[in-house]
Ligand binder design. Sequence first.
Ligand code: NCD
Length: 303
Amino acid sequence: MKHLIDIADLSVAEIDQLIATADDIIAAPEKYADKCRRKKLATLFFEPSTRTRLSFEAAMMELGGNVLGFSEANSSSAAKGESVADTIQTVCCYADIIAMRHPKEGAPYVAIQRASAPIINAGDGGHNHPTQTLTDLLTIHREMGRLENLTIGMCGDLKFGRTVHSLLIAMSRYTGIKFVLISPEELRIPEYLKEEVLLKKDVPYEETTDLESVMPELDILYMTRVQRERFFNEADYIRLKDSYILTPEKLSLAKPSMRVLHPLPRVNEISVAVDNDPRAAYFRQALNGKYIRMALILSLLGL
Ligand code: NCD
């Protein structure tokens, strides 16, 4: 059985196929309306979510399937001390496929030990978020027409931002990619990603603290929220939370063809005055999240 725990679980060819399926779903949704009849998706969210959980549920509904699950750990038996492994073994009695989000890095690896249904990692702590990355790849492909030959700026909390980690791993496999990593010193990309991905694959990158000076060279600007819930103390969060705020003035330095992505939720790192700029792609990105999850559910269920 196939699970999706890490974006590297998928080959480039498999990702390209998911993008092609998502494009086809967007073009002809009626073809897919009954594909998951009588199938059930369980969404087990031990951590808060809006887009990821609801787009998974909408995806299953639009495929003609049903959904069940919980949206906070406190409303599940985790609050009574049940282990992740026992929860998963139980939910596999009721559902055909499971999307889970957990605050502990690696929790989905525990889950798959006892899973008799496909498990999808919907975010594990500060580690990985592969379905957000599929969303990001579909968005880049639809907005730019390609996944190769792009200069990608990643800005904000590159240390704790799991969406950044997964996207960096995924984009490193395409040709002609350059990363510009924009963050405060304290929130730089983890060393393991530099060593095991960027240096190992010889992917060009630069690190900077200054967004404005690099803006003109970017094809994609991937903005992120400072991940308050992963900080050890509030004072550090308060000191770092306003490091980057994208305003129309800063955006005026960018190419007309650049696209701004953000996994959302935003706090204040993108001014709402940017939302009507055609380069602001983040709400289109949120919509794409539903279509790529439809493609993923079909693929993991072998439909
Ligand atoms: C992200 C996440 O949960 O990691 N959100 C999402 O899934 N769209 C980013 C974030 O919470 O900042």
